[in-house]
Design a protein around this ligand. Structure first.
Ligand code: FAD
Ligand code: NAP
Length: 309
């Protein structure tokens, strides 16, 4: 996990670890909805999981731990807890205050030692297979820095996500617009990179938001579609794919003013591999305006926050 410094005015009274591994919250699954096209399953199968969480307070950008049932054959002990970013704002999707949502991708992995391929990840499959009424043990919430600053009405935001890394941004966007951000005179951008055009996570919600709020810019990058990276010399990508940072650069006429504003904040979440590309694009945006090392400057000022691994 990347380290960050933040000098932003963030809340000091955040709920942290209200529930522990020793004393977890017994939560209940209320709904499990497939966000990706059914034909893409099982390899590309991402779920929106709505969970009843009585007594759990949290804020946008925090994560919870899920304790999958069962014994890990490697340790002979219960499976370790896995972290998931919360995809709903602190009041929940229904704003009633006793639920949270997760966005969970089925994880598969290959074992080079045994040659076995497509091994199902323990916790992601447990969650993706869950049904309404199922019980879950949760810990947390955790996370103190990847949250919105208190003075969000005075700031521009650029959110860059790959896949389920969209979770905290869905939560933060709900928070911003619940609190009248459309009247702030500032703007927020979401750049979302996913593999397939028919499986863009929460696309309907973000499209509706884009229609409703003139200060919301929404851009997608489809890595396995028909388009290819138009900037292969400047920003080479594997297989010449269109990744999130390519869309960031492609749309820089809209996004650069936010990136260059002195109190903007850039957040990125998702695959660790995205860091280099996004920072490279930020540096090039800076260079076009005569600023060297813009990403390092943002990092030093705590205005580039990363939750990637
Ligand atoms: P696991 O079974 O834990 O497998 C994961 C990896 O462990 C495998 O790829 C393999 O490398 C290794 N492994 C497992 N078993 C063995 C073995 N027997 N031998 C050797 N190697 C092995 N994911 C989401 O989908 N949505 C989110 O919002 C989200 N948020 C996150 C937030 C944070 C802060 C972090 C750190 C992670 C987040 N994740 C999220 C990822 C999530 O925590 C899990 O890592 C992911 O779901 C995979 O877990 P799993 O139990 O399915 O896979
Ligand atoms: P996914 O559906 O596979 O989408 C990820 C997208 O990013 C794909 O389009 C992928 O393209 C692209 N990509 C791959 N390498 C990239 C790179 N170097 N730069 C930019 N884009 C790149 O995603 P997912 O299954 O949801 O997984 C996303 C990852 O984020 C997972 O590891 C998940 O656990 C993690 N995550 C972390 C957090 C957190 O830390 N808080 C929260 C949520 C999710 P191709 O596959 O076509 O190459």
């Amino acid at each position: 996990m990347s380290t960050n410094i933040t000098h932003l005015p963030t809340p000091t009274d955040l709920p942290i670890n209200t529930f522990s591994m020793k004393h977890p919250l017994q939560a209940t699954v209320l709904a499990n909805t497939q966000l990706t096209a059914p034909a893409r399953a099982p390899w590309n199968d991402t779920r929106h999981i709505l969970i009843q969480t009585p007594g759990l307070s949290y804020v946008s950008g925090q994560s919870v731990g899920v304790m999958p049932p069962g014994i890990d054959p490697r340790t002979n002990r219960p499976y370790a807890m896995r972290l998931y970013s919360i995809a709903s704002c602190g009041r929940g999707d229904d704003r009633k205050g006793d639920t949270l949502s997760l966005v969970v991708a089925r994880h598969f992995w290959d074992n080079p030692e045994t040659g076995e391929k497509g091994i199902p990840g323990v916790c992601s499959h447990f969650l993706c297979d869950s049904k309404p009424g199922d019980k879950l043990l949760l810990t947390g919430p955790v996370g103190k820095r990847f949250v919105l600053p208190l003075d969000f009405m005075e700031r521009d935001f650029v959110f860059v996500a790959t896949g389920t890394g969209v979770a905290p941004f869905r939560a933060m966007l709900a928070d911003l617009f619940d609190q009248g951000y459309e009247r702030s005179g500032r703007s927020v951008t979401l750049v979302l990179g996913v593999p397939f055009a028919d499986s863009i996570l929460y696309d309907n919600e973000f499209q509706a938001m884009k229609k409703q709020y003139a200060n919301f810019t929404y851009v997608t990058a489809i890595s396995r579609g028909d388009d290819v990276n138009p900037y292969p010399d400047l920003f080479p990508t594997r297989g010449n794919k269109v990744y999130a940072h390519i869309a960031l650069w492609h749309n820089r006429q809209h996004i650069a003013p936010s990136l260059l504003r002195s109190n903007s904040v850039v957040y990125m979440c998702g695959l660790k591999g995205m860091e280099t590309g996004v920072q490279d694009v930020i540096d090039h945006v800076g260079k076009e305006s005569g600023i060297e090392g813009l990403s390092a400057q943002l990092l030093a000022e705590g205005r580039l926050l990363r939750e990637v691994y």
